[in-house]
Design a protein around this ligand. Structure first.
Ligand SMILES: Nc1nc2c(ncn2[C@@H]2O[C@H](COP(=O)(O)OP(=O)(O)OP(=O)(O)O)[C@@H](O)[C@H]2O)c(=O)[nH]1
Ligand SMILES: [Mg+2]
Length: 211
């Protein structure tokens, strides 16, 4: 794991079983080997899978940990526990299976309960398949929960980078200037080792003179 980041935070990927959460995480992190989920999940960690990567923007390095909770109903409470630690979340449904769209609102509500105002995106995945959900309906749901909507396809990596960049930008834009630790913690963003140890960078961020 790269310890040279300035900030770190986690993002949740939630939604019904089989909508493509694991595929989306793999798409975002192509260098990491595929990992098992769903039926073959180890119950010891409540089926939660986490993976980290670094992301750079405007000279700052972020360590981003993505976690995915399997879509089976027995994991709904696990989501709340993890959502309480996340800085942002993607709620995913399968465009070709209407029932998963109807359940997406439950996941959005659940996130609102634990993390009101947290940056989120709504993803209608599998845009390569015949759609069972009208774009207007999904846009309306996204509007109700103040999030952006993307139609993604993991097999062709369509709209996946755009969707996660938007989510990450939403989190990054909440970093206060100066990055006061208690405000950061409220947004579930941690200060990384690079920021803690790099006095000149920290000084610039805090608007102080470098020693
Ligand atoms: N056609 C199509 N199939 C996809 C797409 N994304 C994922 N899939 C397929 O959908 C199935 C389920 O994908 P997963 O990523 O395992 O779904 P999941 O949401 O992680 O499921 P759980 O872990 O059980 O909650 C797999 O067979 C994927 O190959 C897509 O964009 N288009
Ligand atoms: Mg999965």
């Amino acid at each position: 794991m790269d310890a040279s980041y300035h900030f770190s935070f986690s993002l949740g990927v939630v939604g019904e079983s089989g909508v493509g959460k694991s595929a989306l995480v793999s798409c975002t992190q192509p260098d990491v080997d595929h990992y098992p989920t769903a039926g073959d999940d180890a119950l010891a960690d409540h089926g939660v899978r986490t993976r980290s990567h670094t992301y750079e923007s405007r000279g700052a390095k972020y360590q981003i940990t993505m976690w995915e909770v399997p879509g089976a109903p027995r994991y709904l409470n696990t989501v709340s526990r993890y959502a309480a630690m996340a800085a942002g979340a993607a709620v995913v449904f399968d465009l070709s299976r209407r029932a998963t769209f109807e359940r997406a609102e439950l996941w959005l509500e659940k996130l609102d309960e634990t993390s009101p105002g947290m940056p989120r995106v709504l993803l209608g995945n599998k845009s390569d398949l015949p759609a069972d959900v009208e774009p207007e309906e999904a846009l309306q749901l996204a509007k109700k929960y103040s999030c952006k909507y993307f139609e993604t396809c993991t097999t062709q990596n369509e709209q996946v980078p755009e969707a996660f960049s938007t989510l990450i930008a939403g989190v990054v834009s909440q970093i206060p200037n100066p990055p006061e630790p208690s405000l950061l913690l409220r947004k579930r963003i941690q200060i990384g080792r690079a920021l803690a140890e790099n006095k000149s960078f920290r000084a610039a961020l805090f608007g102080m003179e470098a020693p």
